[in-house]
Design a protein around this ligand. Sequence first.
Ligand code: PEP
Length: 232
Amino acid sequence: MLIAGNWKMFKGPAEAWAFADAFDPPDGVDVVVCPPYLALATVVEAGITTYAQNVHWAAEGAFTGEISATMLSELGVQGSIVGHSERRQFFGESDETVARRTVAALEAGLGVIACVGETEEEHDSGQKEIVVRLQVESIRDAVGAHERLVIAYEPVWAIGTGKTASPEEAQEAHAFIKSLVDVPVLYGGSVKPENAEELLSQSDVDGALVGGASLVVESFTAICQTAARIQS
Ligand code: PEP
């Protein structure tokens, strides 16, 4: 079971250090924290497994504002999220660029949490399966069922909205994704201590990607504890 916290654009080094200082994750669950770039070194130094929130496909070059996989490795960062829906929605990320980032990160020895998921409109118009299929296939066709690849199923309508997929809906989507590529699948979308148990208990839910609730030590710890309990 893997619980990953996506801090989005919250917490600079000082707040990251305060979080790390107070955070005591339980045994029996893999925990990853994904801070903004500026706080990566702080979280690495605190001894927490650290992933970036994005990574470029080139090793170096004229790509202003970007960071490469080898630079992340040099810092002690162990992986990266790619294709988060906020990158897809606000920064022009496409299935093609997500696949390129995934290839580069895996080739550099990093782990990857690749995000997929349908928008509300796609969900309501019955296009969920085709959208998720195309997103997953583009990653699978680029890297296969790589041992350091994890998919996060994050229905866009559930991210930061307080709405969650029902446990049955999450289970169905995860089983579908695993029929396309046999890798662990995390659920993401308003996971909090109150709903973690029912979501993480589903047989094809291998963990969670947690946004808002990962910013507060108490709620992130509670989700990690639930995962450890279910795992045991
Ligand atoms: C996320 O950022 O990946 C996420 C799932 O956010 P939230 O938990 O806040 O919905």
